[in-house]
Design a protein around this ligand. Structure first.
Ligand SMILES: [Zn+2]
Ligand SMILES: [Zn+2]
Length: 418
């Protein structure tokens, strides 16, 4: 028997419908990034493994088990974009040239773990980074921008969760508190968390296992670990969001799975998705430059999961531009049909024809199948008088129009349609 091929587990084939959403997400985000004065970076898919071990963190899930390695080399397919952009900034000594930079990127990321539900081996990120300032206005800017991008493709049902981990000292204080409080109940945590509690207690908060979640909930976390500066930063950010009337939920249990975050962390979730409900996330990373290049440069950013947005939107009807179908009533009208089609397309009217089928009925059936909104029927009688039949499928209306007037009339109708 012949082998039946299918796509690799943990990858997605975008259908034309899904690609339509992807393209619109891409275009809308490029427009918005332009408006907010960000510059695009297109960086390689390959990076040195140690960049992520040092940047993302030795004990994180990404580094522990999720990197897609190139066999025999210290190279990986990039698991995320932030450490890579920091590498670019440091390599090009941008701190010496224009220390304040705003970058965005769109492209595929990879994970090498065994794919679970909602988790992919190859996925796309739309992300941005602001490098060189600790201003809480910029935390607000990236949150606003991430929400606007999600909004721009029509995903209105979403929730913003936000927390502050504080500076490196505050994080240590929080980790110590968690470790002390959980020590006695250690045996009730999952085996993974029993290890985490020694090496990286903050990661226990992130654990999705029910037994851990129950214990973590009892920790009564709040803003107490924050020093006065960090508390001030966080409160200022929240009041900006309040002033902008942006709905958010303060969630002291939100820590995110990457070690580089300091201060603000946030997540945008959608109830349209299942257990992996995050559309995207981000936060501040004021120590990553130090870890990777010994420089004290604060930064903040976010990344949205393109596939997550597509999955959440898939259940929502996406309305493409109205489609005009050209049908021929009678043989020998192919040339006329081709000329009408060319005129429609030259006027940017989305149009199609079926040159395979001969009978009008079969052509119209195809036209209906591809979702035509208008149908032009070319008939010999009408054409003698330089006229065609124009049908509005949704309104079930039919009229005979002058060929010379066709484009103008159609454009009017399409305008009303949108
Ligand atoms: Zn602090
Ligand atoms: Zn656990």
């Amino acid at each position: 028997m012949k082998k039946k091929y299918s796509n690799v587990r943990g990858t997605i084939d975008f259908s034309p419908q899904q690609n339509f959403i992807y393209e619109s997400l891409r275009n809308e985000s490029i427009k918005l990034f332009g408006c907010y004065n960000y510059q695009q970076l297109i960086l390689p898919l390959l990076e040195e493994k140690s960049l992520f071990i040092k940047g993302v963190g030795q004990t994180t899930d990404i580094v522990q088990s999720q990197m897609m390695k190139i066999e025999g080399k210290d190279i990986v397919l990039r698991p995320e974009g932030t450490a890579q952009i920091v590498r670019y900034y440091l390599q090009n000594r941008l701190d010496k040239k224009n220390s304040f930079c705003k970058f965005f990127y769109i492209g595929p990321m990879f994970r090498g773990e065994r794919p679970q539900k909602g988790r992919l081996r190859q996925f796309n990120h739309v992300g941005a980074e602001i490098i060189g300032s600790n201003s809480f206005y910029l935390d607000a800017e990236v949150i606003l921008l991430a929400l606007k991008i999600v909004d721009s493709v029509g995903l209105t049902k979403k929730e913003l969760q936000i927390n502050s981990l504080g500076c490196e000292d505050d994080k240590k204080k929080l980790a110590k508190y968690i470790k002390e409080r959980l020590k006695k109940r250690k045996s009730r945590l999952c085996t993974n968390c029993q290890k985490r509690i020694e090496k990286n207690p903050l990661r226990v908060i992130d654990c999705k296992r029910p037994e851990c979640r129950k214990i973590v909930k009892s920790l009564k976390l709040n803003k107490n670990h924050l020093c006065p500066d960090c508390l001030n930063h966080f409160n200022n950010l929240l009041s900006i969001l309040d002033n902008l009337q942006i709905d958010y939920k303060y969630n002291p249990y939100l820590v995110r799975g990457l070690d580089y975050y300091t201060n603000t962390v946030f997540e945008i979730t959608s109830s349209q998705l299942g257990s992996q409900d995050a559309l995207g996330a981000g936060g501040r990373y004021n120590n990553l430059f130090n870890q990777l290049g010994g420089l004290d440069i604060p930064a903040v950013g976010f990344a949205l999961g393109v596939e997550r947005v597509i999955l959440a939107l898939d259940k929502i009807e996406v309305k493409p531009s109205p489609l005009v179908f050209v049908a021929r009533a009678g043989s020998g009208l192919e040339e006329k049909a081709f000329s009408v089609l060319t005129n429609l397309r030259n006027s940017n009217i989305v149009s199609a024809c079926d040159f395979r089928k001969k009978s009008l009925k079969a052509q119209l059936r195809y036209g209906q199948k591809i979702g035509s909104n208008f149908v032009i029927i070319l008939g010999e009688e009408e054409l003698k008088e330089k006229k065609v039949i124009l049908k509005d499928m949704e309104r079930s209306q039919q009229e005979t129009v002058e060929l010379g007037q066709l484009i103008t009339i159609l454009k009017e109708k399409i305008k009303k349609y949108a």
